[in-house]
Design a binder for this molecule. Structure first.
Ligand SMILES: NC(=O)c1ccc[n+]([C@@H]2O[C@H](COP(=O)([O-])OP(=O)(O)OC[C@H]3O[C@@H](n4cnc5c(N)ncnc54)[C@H](O)[C@@H]3O)[C@@H](O)[C@H]2O)c1
Length: 440
């Protein structure tokens, strides 16, 4: 696959260190899953980087390699995990607690999981009301805490070749950008002043970017979607991307909504409700954390339907999203959608979706792809200093795009953007699906 352009990408040699912030259900499912795949006990289903292919050239060329054979991605064998958590349990105990994977899976990799023990976290209950952990750092101010995270990163850096950080921590309370987020100088002063608008997730993100480490956010918190973080990310060449894994209901929503729009079918109402019984569900039971999630979940339809362009079809759409904490189901979420659509001459119809999903089983492969692709971005001169990696929108409920540019939510546009970015950086022709060349 070698082209002159591809040769500019640094090879994925040596160990890739993955620093996970918040080692709960998603994180343990990711870590245990990677080890199970490495041992040949299971397949990495749901991971585009591990199972996906990419077509190169014309349809008649029959050239469709695996993505991992096409682009120089880190191998699963080279991934090393560490992270921070407010509870001191090792990854075996944490995975048992999360109740996602069964004992058969966990027991075969027990020694590996027991060996990964979290570092004390930066935490403040003000930002996640339903949790109260003891395994936390103390410091004289937020700047001191950031320096402690930087020291953790530097220590880990000495053991691996490259590092990526991912937030799989709880959803923090709803925060809006303030003056402290507008520039890096203001943010650094805010750290010293203990500014309340700086949440723990921002402290980790700052530390990562300062150390030149890419950062992904699996939760909907305000974290790197801030001018100061974009500034820092460009400065240190540490890629950032969107937030909140697009796993269950929103994943299906961003498949169905473009289908209705492509056929010019109207939508008058979309009611989405969920029951969820894991720790995430408990955290989201707090109205302030739920508001953060709600904003992230509500955004997608407006962007996809573009009611300003199609007022007859989408102007009056009523969109409601609920999440209800219901312990008996644990991590096995059930999400219902009632969609009121209308067709020719305005005649109404209904669609019901009942998705009995497994939250962390859907999220873990996305987390894996993100760390692998962010590592690729950082080794790629054409991407490293861009700051926001819009081509990773595919993974997020709230994709991040350049300031002033609306985000792309349609899953298939996002997928095309991702694959074309891979073709582009590898020096291959983009695929537009025009297809006229077959009829010359
Ligand atoms: N399908 C999905 O699972 C999915 C989809 C989208 C987003 N998310 C988000 O991903 C995140 C993780 O989900 P989960 O199911 O693993 O939740 P979880 O509650 O099992 O795990 C989160 C962990 O983060 C820890 N934590 C909280 N604040 C921390 C801090 N400041 N530092 C270190 N650790 C901290 C908690 O103690 C907890 O163990 C949540 O925010 C969730 O909303 C999950």
């Amino acid at each position: 696959m070698s082209t002159p352009k591809a040769e500019n990408i640094q090879p994925a040699e040596g160990k890739l260190g993955v620093m996970v912030v918040g080692m709960g259900a998603v994180a343990t499912t990711l870590i245990a899953g990677v080890e199970a795949v490495r041992k040949g006990l299971a397949k990495p289903i749901g991971s585009l980087t591990q199972m996906g292919t990419i077509r190169l050239g014309k349809r008649t060329d029959n050239n469709t390699p695996l993505i991992k054979d096409f682009a120089p991605l880190a191998s699963l064998d080279d991934i090393v995990f560490t992270g921070w958590e407010i509870f001191p349990e090792d990854m075996y105990e944490a995975a048992k607690h999360a109740q996602v994977l069964d004992n058969d899976h966990l027991n075969t990799i027990k020694p590996f999981l027991e060996n990964i023990k979290p570092m004390p976290a930066v935490f403040d209950q003000h930002y996640v009301k339903r949790l109260n952990g003891t395994h936390v750092k103390t410091g004289k101010n937020k700047c001191d805490l950031a320096q402690q995270v930087i020291a953790d990163i530097q220590n880990f850096k000495s053991k691996v070749e490259r590092v990526v950080m991912i937030w799989t921590g709880s959803t923090e309370i709803f925060l809006e950008p303030t003056a402290v987020h507008q520039t890096l100088v203001a943010f650094e002063k805010g750290l010293v002043d203990n500014d309340p608008a700086i949440a723990p997730s921002q402290i980790y993100a700052y530390a990562a970017l300062k150390e030149g480490i890419p950062f992904a956010n699996g939760a909907p918190n305000l974290t790197v979607d801030l001018p100061c973080m974009i500034e820092l990310s460009k400065q240190t060449g540490a890629p950032i991307c969107g937030k909140d894994f697009k796993t269950g209901q929103t994943f299906i929503k961003t498949v169905l909504a473009p289908a209705f729009k492509s056929r010019m079918l109207g939508v008058s109402g979309w009611y989405s409700t969920n029951i969820l019984g894991n720790r995430d569900g408990e955290v989201l039971d707090d109205p302030e954390s739920f508001k953060t999630k709600e904003e992230s979940k509500l955004g997608v339809l407006d962007y996809i339907f573009q009611p300003e362009l199609y007022p007859d079809l989408y102007k009056d759409l009523y969109h409601k999203v609920r999440i209800n904490y219901y312990p008996p189901r644990g991590d096995n979420k059930e999400g219902w959608d009632n969609i009121d659509i209308f067709g020719w001459l305005g005649y109404p119809m209904q669609i019901k979706v009942d998705f009995l999903c497994r939250d962390s089983i859907l999220a873990a492969p996305l987390a894996l792809d993100l760390v692998i692709l962010l590592d690729l971005a950082q080794r790629t001169p054409a991407l490293k200093h861009l700051g926001i990696q819009e081509w990773l929108s595919f993974y997020f409920k709230s994709p991040q795009s350049a300031p002033g540019l609306y985000p792309e939510h349609d899953l298939f546009i996002q997928q095309m953007k991702l694959k074309n970015t891979l073709r582009h950086i590898m020096g291959h022709e983009l695929i537009t699906h025009l297809g006229l060349e077959y009829y010359d």
